[in-house]
Design a protein around this ligand. Structure first.
Ligand SMILES: [Fe+2]
Ligand SMILES: [Fe+2]
Length: 140
């Protein structure tokens, strides 16, 4: 089940929205790489892309929050640090479960993908949207 960007999660900021759209694509790409036949190399590549772009995006968001004097900057930075830690843990679990040598083509555990989708969407809804009044078109 892939995820889609929708207007309800827009921050009215083109740069941030396009980053989020791309991150959603990358989560979907990870999911696609888990489809049979699963190859560890392919999955590693998609997870690396996701982590690298998440890093780039978090830094961009933090610079933007600094520029506009967003009061929740420190807290939001902590969220990003935790997200990177969580992603590393998830990566390990996904690779363990995705390794074709560890099982006989069992279906990939859906809850792990669900966690990865929530990892991104949960943060956008729970934290990023709060800065919309500062960074959106009608922001200060
Ligand atoms: Fe974000
Ligand atoms: Fe964020």
């Amino acid at each position: 089940m892939t995820i889609e960007w929708r207007q309800a999660i827009s921050l009215d900021n083109e740069e941030v929205d396009s980053d989020h759209k791309y991150l959603i694509r990358l989560v979907n790409t990870v999911e696609e790489s888990l489809e049979y036949p699963r190859k560890r190399e392919t999955i590693t590549v998609t997870l690396d892309l996701l982590r690298d772009y998440a890093n780039t995006h978090f830094k961009r968001e933090e610079r933007l929050m600094e520029q506009v004097g967003y009061p929740g900057l420190a807290e939001h930075k902590n969220h990003h640090q935790n997200l990177l830690k969580k992603l590393s843990e998830l990566e390990k679990k996904i690779l363990e479960k995705a390794d074709p040598e560890n099982f006989d083509n069992e279906p990939f555990p859906e809850h792990l993908m669900e966690l990865l989708r929530h990892w991104l969407i949960g943060h956008i809804i729970g934290a990023d949207l709060r800065m919309k009044p500062w960074v959106g078109k009608n922001g200060t």
